[in-house]
Design a protein. Structure first.
Length: 193
């Protein structure tokens, strides 16, 4: 990567985009890293209106577009991809094009409660049903399998007997907002020379 150049992030999100917004605001304050574009697989995802308010371009893509390797042209200026509540498996061509440069956050302590279909309230419900004493977040690199990439960071929170999926989700969100942008920044600075 070129020195004295912004490191450009693309954020992929499927939902309301609270993590995407938190990351974008964090990097507004930074000299070297910026969120260049936000992508979603849903036209009506809340992340688009958050991107607009932040002045960041956003766009939507279909499953077919995402699976087609020509999608890579839309990422020509991008150095790192951040998955912030993005639910699709990343295709192999994209993982090859961004080796160790796609970072995801998962709302549980991997390797527990990971894999296809384990997202959002489904994760929190499973954690509570298994009577786990703690949950948390896992920030990890992305490979060809759901939630199997190298773990970069984990943070934990207590699961109380009275916790519901909603109350646990609030604890998890607090951990995400606190740690995700910082871990992204530290990882990028360690790997950008």
């Amino acid at each position: 990567m070129v020195k004295n150049k912004h490191i450009n992030l693309a954020i992929f999100a499927s939902g309301s985009g609270t993590n995407a917004e938190n990351i974008a605001k964090y990097f507004e304050e930074r000299e070297t890293v910026q969120v260049k574009e936000i992508f979603s697989n849903k036209k009506d995802a809340g992340v688009h209106s958050r991107a607009e308010k932040l002045g960041i371009p956003s766009s939507t893509f279909s499953k077919e577009q995402f699976q087609d390797s020509s999608f890579i042209k839309r990422l020509e200026d991008i150095d790192y991809i951040i998955l912030a509540g993005f639910l699709w498996l990343v295709p192999p061509y994209l993982i090859k094009a961004f080796p160790n440069r796609i970072i995801n956050i998962h709302p549980a302590l991997l390797p527990k409660f990971g894999g296809k279909g384990m997202y959002g309230d489904k994760v929190h419900t499973a954690v509570i049903e298994k009577r786990e004493k703690e949950s948390g977040i896992t920030i990890h690199l992305v490979n060809e399998e759901y939630d199997k990439g190298e773990i970069l960071f984990q943070a934990t929170c207590k699961v109380d007997e009275k916790d519901t999926p909603d109350s646990l989700a609030k604890k998890i969100h607090a951990l995400e907002y606190e740690h995700f942008p910082r871990v992204i920044e530290e990882y990028i600075h360690r790997h950008t020379k």
